[in-house]
Design a protein around this ligand. Structure first.
Ligand code: HDE
Length: 690
């Protein structure tokens, strides 16, 4: 089977590129247009005429420019890239794109938030979508995953309820882009299976620093099947080269105003600069007969497989290396589907995955206007499509065959179903039932595992997340129920959050703990019970840190000390950091041999937009800016960010803060320390009372 080169998708898309430059204006029928700015009227001051077909066409097209936004994950950003195999997976799967070291497959990846509408801010608290489409030589394979390892619910039929509860409330259409409201928490309290993912949601994982710094998870259990028909259960993982890192909640909220497009801009800029984000793509793999080795059911999407028990096997590297040419045509019209499988990859019986396989095609037909959405350039596979599906709205093909059915004799029974995807041969038996396996009803063990695996600062942030959100809950009885639910996970956490809310957690069974409709007379399952108390892989404290692409805000104006500043900026740039000059006016500033463009001023930008602040020299600064500079320094300090202050600017740093972790005074320390200092990103041990 041929190798899909990284540019094959681009070549395919290019056939659809169109550019109006140098062309005369025409109607959509191709008729040249002499006037485009006045409608045709009966007399200069008279009414418009119905015969003005150009006006009508222009207006009617405009009137229909918007399509329904995605019912969830409406807000997103996408980019093209390449997946390259580093580890041949033939032993596990017949999927062509995972076989043969060095094989390249074009991909499209869309990141998204879940709750907010298309125009909502990027840095809201949410699980984030991590949806990948692989344009393989055997057709498209999609993983519409998340940046969380688990989901809120166990069964697809509850999805509309979950989403209704978290979306803006029906009476007021408030709040936007937030789970901090009464209905969502009422859902949580009365659907205790949500609590594990709610802990992820309240933790720093839900407010990433960058889409380039998130882990991606397929969440569900899938199957890899090899040429011999041997299957393994797996869970997909994407691990970012830059490590997974997060914002602080206060900062995230400010960013919603300062730059609602923060994540979008960050991704587009990095790719434009050639700093291509990369993830290793792999999976946790277990033998089929190890299905019951854990203390949970592997089909349960609210449970993760601890990496300490089942490590991730690397398949290859996914790199994003090309921005889209047109947001609507590519990112908005991209249609992902967890049922897009290629031979060698299959779903498991996970009841959430099974239900998703129905929903995605259904929603695309609604959103993209009919059954031919796969004809859209972004969705088209790289291989030929041949079947007897015909007609429908916006049909892009002219099928010339005289038959459109099988079996036929007139076309030699073409197209032939003669190989390709075949389901694993598997015996299935059982009574029809709506019940769940008993282990699905253990909602708390893994919520506890997650919480206990976090570092001190992550735990503190997670509890602060609960406190913030529950403050926005208007009904005291809902708060009480949530605090009681927390008690089932961790007594200390429940007491801490309860004390903040003025409530005493009650140690009572959740009324919905045994919820399962219908009786299952089926067999009792035996689980071996393998587990861990802590999973270090879950803590952001254990993620790699890299200097590349960290953004440093440099506060500076003419008159700085060149000898001090030039080596610092050189060292940062040599390490791949983005040096952003911020001054009192726009223009250019030469430091050493380099001329920097000043793109931001003291009043147009803010500490929250940078990973570190360097007060590099403010001699002769107009006193009217002093307040702004103090704010930059104050925020860098309180958000635990690296803070570097030049000798001539020490007056901006309170004496008590000098010598605190992550604070560097350049008169005492040297430029050589700067890169390591910034790479650390946060100094949680810093004393904020100073
Ligand atoms: Fe989705 N989800 N989902 N979801 N999902 C959609 O499909 C749905 C679930 C995920 O960037 C919709 O094209 C159901 C889990 C991503 O375009 C819709 C259930 C996971 C995206 C839909 C789930 C996801 C979606 C809306 C419960 C992680 C954005 C628009 C059974 C493994 C893809 C669309 C993009 C989008 C349904 C649960 C991830 C309505 C019914 C679990 C990343 O079809």
């Amino acid at each position: 089977m041929a190798n899909a080169k990284k540019d094959d998708k681009r070549t395919q898309l290019e056939a659809h590129y169109t550019d109006e430059k140098g062309k005369s204006m025409t109607t959509n029928e191709g008729v040249r247009v002499a006037h485009d700015t006045e409608t045709l009227k009966a007399g200069q001051r008279g009414p418009s005429l119905l015969q003005d077909f150009h006006h009508q066409e222009k207006m009617q097209h405009f009137d229909r420019e918007r399509i329904p936004e995605r019912v969830v994950h409406a807000r997103g950003v996408g980019a093209h890239g390449t997946f390259t195999v580093t580890n041949d997976m033939s032993a596990y799967t017949s999927a062509d794109f995972l076989r043969g070291e060095g094989k390249e497959t074009p991909v499209f990846l869309r990141f998204s938030t879940v709750q907010g509408s298309k125009g909502s801010a990027d840095t809201v608290r949410d699980p984030h979508g991590f949806a990948v489409k692989f344009y393989t030589q055997e057709g498209n394979f999609d993983i519409p995953g998340l940046t969380h390892a688990v989901f809120f619910i166990q069964d697809a039929i509850k999805f509309p309820d979950l989403i209704h509860s978290v979306k803006p409330e029906p009476k007021t259409e408030i709040p936007q882009g937030q789970s901090a409201h009464t209905n969502f928490w009422d859902f949580v309290a009365n659907n205790p299976e949500t609590i594990h993912n709610v802990f992820w949601q309240m933790s720093d994982r839900a407010i990433p620093r960058s889409m380039r710094m998130v882990e991606g998870f397929g969440i569900h259990t899938y199957r890899l099947v090899n040429d011999e028909g041997v299957a393994h259960f797996i869970r997909f993982h994407f691990k970012p080269e830059l490590g997974a890192h997060s914002l602080i909640w206060d900062e995230a909220q400010k960013l919603q105003g300062r730059d609602p497009d923060f994540h979008r801009r960050d991704l587009i800029e990095a790719i434009e600069k050639g700093d291509y984000p990369r993830w290793t793509f792999g999976a946790q793999i277990i033998e089929e007969d190890q299905e019951f080795m854990f203390d949970f059911d592997i089909l349960d999407p609210t449970k993760l497989w601890p990496e300490e028990i089942v490590p991730v096997t690397e398949f290859g590297v996914l790199e994003l290396n090309r921005n889209v040419e047109n947001f609507f045509a590519e990112t908005e019209q991209a249609a992902f589907h967890p049922g897009n499988f290629v031979p060698g990859i299959e779903p498991s019986n996970d009841p959430l995955l099974q239900g998703r396989i129905f929903s995605y095609t259904d929603t695309q037909m609604h959103r993209l206007g009919g059954p031919n959405f796969q004809h859209l350039p972004i969705n088209r596979p790289l291989v030929d499509v041949a079947n007897n599906q015909r007609d429908g709205q916006h049909q892009m093909k002219i099928h010339t065959s005289e038959t459109n059915y099988s079996h036929n004799s007139l076309s030699d029974n073409d197209p032939k179903a003669d190989g390709g995807f075949e389901e694993l041969r598997q015996a299935v038996s059982g009574f029809k039932t709506r019940s769940k396996p008993a282990k699905f009803l253990d909602f708390y063990t893994q919520a506890r595992l997650y919480f206990h695996s976090l570092s001190d600062w992550e735990r503190e942030h997670t509890l602060a997340g609960f406190k913030f959100e529950l403050t926005k809950v208007t009904k005291p009885e809902v708060r009480q129920q949530v605090v009681n639910l927390l008690m089932r996970v961790d007594e200390e956490a429940a007491k801490d959050v309860g004390a903040y809310l003025g409530l005493t957690p009650e140690d009572a069974k959740n009324p919905h703990e045994d919820d399962t409709t219908g009786a299952d007379p089926g067999e009792e399952l035996k689980y071996e019970g393998k587990s861990v108390d802590k999973s270090p892989a879950l803590s952001l404290a254990n993620q790699p840190k890299k200097p590349e692409t960290l953004k440093v805000g440099v506060l500076i104006r003419e008159g700085f000390d060149e000898k001090e500043v030039a080596p610092v900026l050189d060292a940062m740039e040599a390490a791949g950091m983005y040096v952003n000059i911020i001054s009192d006016k726009l223009g250019t500033l030469t430091v050493g041999k380099k001329e920097h463009e000043i793109k931001e001023t003291f009043i147009s930008t803010d500490t929250v937009l940078y990973d570190a602040i360097y007060v590099a020299g403010l001699e002769g600064l107009d006193p009217k800016f002093k307040g702004e500079i103090r704010q930059f320094v104050e925020d860098a300090y309180k958000y635990y960010k690296p803070l570097i202050v030049a000798s001539d600017s020490e007056s901006y740093l309170d004496e008590g803060r000098r010598g605190e972790p992550g604070v560097l005074m350049l008169m005492e320390d040297g430029a050589d320390k700067v890169v390591d200092l910034v790479t650390e990103m946060r100094y949680w041990e810093r004393d904020l009372t100073k």
